[in-house]
Design a binder for this molecule. Sequence first.
Ligand code: 13P
Ligand code: SF4
Length: 308
Amino acid sequence: MMHDTQPKDDAHWLAEIARLRRERRAVIIAHNYQPGEIQDLADFTGDSLELSRKAAAIDAPVIVFCGVHFMAETAAILSPDKIVLLPEPAAGCPMADMVDGPSLREMKQRHPRAKVVCYVNSSAEVKAESDICCTSANAVRVVESIPGEIIFVPDKHLGGWVSRKLKREMILWNGFCPTHARILPGYVEQAKQEHPGAIVFVHPESREDVIALADEVLSTGGMLRVAKASTAKEFIIATEIGLLHRLRLENPDKRFYPATPNASCPNMKKITREKIAHSLANLSPRIEVPEPIRSRACQAITRMLELP
Ligand code: 13P
Ligand code: SF4
């Protein structure tokens, strides 16, 4: 059936996925920025930290990772015995590509006493050069756990926010997320004027002048939790727009306004139902991380996951 060249509709690909996920005993996990129809078919959705924990704990031979490359790679680092599939291998993260192993090694040579904290949005090679990993949900806690000088890679905005919050200087890499960079303070100010009384949630990958307008600075998982618990009815959301799907689904009585509808990550939108079906059928594209990079990267991730 998979070799037929006739175009197929959504129902066909959904049926194929339903059949193949059973046959392969596969678990499908999706990041909160995935298109709504991909989140809807996933077994688990979550932020980067939740998905790392899930990937480490999953009891299934096949994991289909609906997200970007570094996320599937993190799952492969944590579960080398499992088949980890990324349905679209070109779904990368431009921020993760802003640092590589050789340039980080050079920075470490210039600061030999510094410990390296790497945002999970980084390659396995960069994680292997790092002392500990972090996500946007635990970056403050991770930095607090490290005494002395710190090199923080690659996100200057996340690192800058942690540094201001803890009143602690760090050596910041000059990376950033091009999608969050599209969220400008003027958009948030305009949304506040249009919706006075709305609570402003900002992701820490945003620019400093956007973070300054936040009522709460949160990871995507944090936004979902705080929105659900809040008695407020209106929220301005300054992050990638994929998160709106779950926010609206889980809070039908509340209203969520994107700071800008242009904050869409093109890489996150590369995963489709058709690609998931092909990936399950062919058990490819498979993400594997060679030794010794894998075990060195695994140490940095495990140190993060073991923090209380
Ligand atoms: P979180 O889901 O951890 O907040 O991450 C945001 C992100 O940019 C993932 O690419
Ligand atoms: Fe990378 Fe930004 Fe896209 Fe996340 S939203 S995958 S950080 S480019």
